[in-house]
Design a protein around this ligand. Sequence first.
Ligand SMILES: *Cc1c(COP(=O)(O)O)cnc(C)c1O
Length: 396
Amino acid sequence: MRNQPLPDLPRRILMGPGPSDVHPRVLAALAQPTIGHLDPAFVARMDDIKSLLRYAFRTQNDMTIPVSAPGSAGMECCFVNLIEPGDTVIVCSNGVFGGRMRENVERCGAKAVMVEDAWGQAVDPGKVEAALRANPGAKALAFVHAETSTGVQSDAATLCGLARAAGALSIVDTVTGLAGIPVEVDAWGADAVYSGTQKCLSCPPGLSPVTFSPRAVETVKGRKTKVQSWFLDLSLVMAYWGDKGGGARTYHHTAPVNALYGLHEALIMLQEEGLEASWKRHAHLHSALVAGFEAMGLSMKVDAAIRLPQLNAVKIPAGVDEAAVRRQLLSVSNLEIGAGLGAWAGKVWRIGLMGQSASPMHVLTCLSAIESALQSAGASIAIGKAQPTARKVLGL
Ligand SMILES: *Cc1c(COP(=O)(O)O)cnc(C)c1O
């Protein structure tokens, strides 16, 4: 048994694909006194969270709540509530997460029609249009807005528009997108959109903001079968999160009260900064990081036009033991970056500039740590160029 008051975990600089660094204000909020999940003071906090999430998602949707589990549960929540056995869903795949959407569709007893694009490419709207035409009764189109496995952004406005024109619902994964790049739920006409807390919102992992359009809510209400998941059934969850006049709430599950304090504080911080300012900050720091890498002689894996600022796939120079470099970054610099996944394992590092981890300090620390790790690994890179180049972009 441990007798220290706190575990002696290391302090890391988190620049992987999530979690990102958590601001001390959010950590302090997590430590506020636990109160009952039906306490009127907590119910008021829930209402604040819902309205702050509407701000972050740019939506007026009533059904906008944090699911009490990580991003994967937000994904599952969207599928199990909207999809019924026998439905057809067009699922776009251009990385890891499209494959998980397919799993969800099939586990709902529905048929997934896959639209495949290569890793590193955006979802091709032409292929989506053809798939919608070839499957006229499709219930929904599902795609990933910000593909964390590759660092690619797809054109959500166009894809949601295609779904709407075909009479299909749109299901959008913006776990990595929210607060890092424009997410415009109402302007896109998106129907079910989910995110996560540990990426650009910079909260600890464990919650998943979701929003459902009125059309999606009608679809849930008109279901012929029960939602297969009792825990994620929105018609039950809304008895707790919904507002049935007078703020009456009924018990469904015990909400993670302290985790929600943390989300509330992170959303307040986002509002203080301003959503557009947050998007700009991510874009600006991304350009400094890329300029630094290129000055070092490294190159980016994804075309500039479709890069996500918050997830940077940088090519690993030939002959470098990439896992050894990451181990050195962690042990010497306390810096965590991400490995490549799937087809890109061993080929790229994934460097996150998410939320609190999108700062000049993070960019400069990362460039200098990678430069020295690569130098000691014997890679042929330009020494001493990355810092001044990045500083120039940052105006420092
Ligand atoms: C991180 C992520 C998820 C899953 O979120 P978890 O919180 O890990 O469950 C889903 N989709 C995308 C695009 C992600 O980046």
